[in-house]
Design a binder for this molecule. Structure first.
Ligand SMILES: [Zn+2]
Length: 329
């Protein structure tokens, strides 16, 4: 991943390039910003730029070092990802031990910590000494959605690099590079991506398109028979399945946001479901305008309750019953 391939993060990339070119590399960077906008790719680009054997203005991507980093087989590049809900103390101890080993190769040793907000207090504290006195020729890169989620003592020892949500044309360019997506799927995903490119959405695009069509149909004709059908579908998913409930909540949230938008006579250009304006208008006639925002809030609450361990099927059923009760007709 060359810096030139990172789309939509010009100021972050410019800062990193300058730092490498001037050989003023801090002991640690902290990449902040939402997930799925290129922080991970940029970590790889930094490791490649620091170790590229050709040493040009950007990584060559074809020397042994660049290739090994791309394939995660480079001996001086390591990545820590959360093991379950947290990054555990043993993971950090092992990573720090590795970081302090003297590299015989003369390479720049780079340690990435993905989702550093999941460092628990014990793991974060284990880190502090190394951040204060890092071994020579090493760089730590932490990534987190928000610096406020980290201990101030960690943040103050890092140079913060802010990443931003991507513009729609950048999202489309990234999606277009995925050769197995059709033009319709690219349009669908870029509407819902909201400035991000979640890989799981790309992998499950067929499932997601079907889910959204089902939800639109359910909302437009909420008969008793339809409700039975919805409950059967939800019961089949169960909590162990592929997060269908989470996608259903996403689509419901987007749909009611669009309804709210139109109920306030705001412009159609800003709708998320751009390709379904006719159906949004049909659905709009079925709800009292004041109930739309209330239902929207109920969708958000349902997600929060499930995250806090509420029973998935029961919570989803309760939400659909609520939606049906609020129909104006
Ligand atoms: Zn190279």
């Amino acid at each position: 991943m060359a810096f030139s391939e990172i789309l939509g993060q010009d100021s972050a990339v410019a800062l990193l390039k300058k730092s490498i070119q001037n050989q003023r590399i801090p002991s640690a960077f902290l990449f902040t910003g939402p997930n799925h906008i290129g922080k991970q790719k940029t970590m790889t680009a930094v490791a490649q730029n620091l170790n590229c054997l050709r040493g040009g203005e950007d990584a060559c991507l074809s020397c042994d070092a660049c290739l090994q980093i791309a394939h995660q087989s480079f001996p001086d590049y390591s990545m820590v990802v959360p093991d379950g809900k947290f990054i555990k103390i043993d993971q950090i101890k092992e990573a720090l031990k590795w970081l302090h080993l003297r590299s015989n190769t003369g390479n720049y040793r780079v340690l990435g910590i993905k989702n550093a907000e999941k460092l628990n207090k014990e793991s974060a504290n284990a880190f502090l000494k190394t951040l204060e006195e890092p071994p020579a020729q090493t760089l730590i890169i932490l990534s987190a959605e928000n610096s406020q989620q980290l201990l101030e003592t960690i943040v103050s020892r890092c140079q913060i690099i802010q990443f931003r949500l991507l513009k729609k044309d950048h999202v489309q360019s990234i999606l277009t590079a995925h050769q197995n997506l059709t033009r319709e799927q690219i349009a669908f995903l870029s509407c819902f991506a909201m400035g991000k490119v979640p890989l799981d959405w790309i992998e499950k695009v067929d499932l997601l398109q079907t889910l959204r069509e089902n939800i639109i149909e359910f909302l437009i004709s909420l008969s008793a028979a339809r409700m039975e059908e919805i409950f059967n579908t939800i019961a089949k998913w169960g909590p162990a399945k592929e997060k269908e409930w989470a996608y259903m909540l996403d689509f419901l949230e987007f749909w009611f946001r669009d309804l709210d938008w139109l109920a306030h006579d705001l412009h159609e250009d800003s709708l998320i479901n751009q390709d379904r304006i006719k159906q949004i208008r049909i659905c709009l006639q079925q709800f009292h305008p004041q109930q739309i925002r209330v239902t929207y809030n109920k969708i958000i609450q349902t997600r929060e309750r499930i995250v806090m361990n509420a029973h998935v099927s029961l919570a989803m059923e309760a939400l659909w019953i609520y939606i049906k009760r609020n129909l104006a007709i």
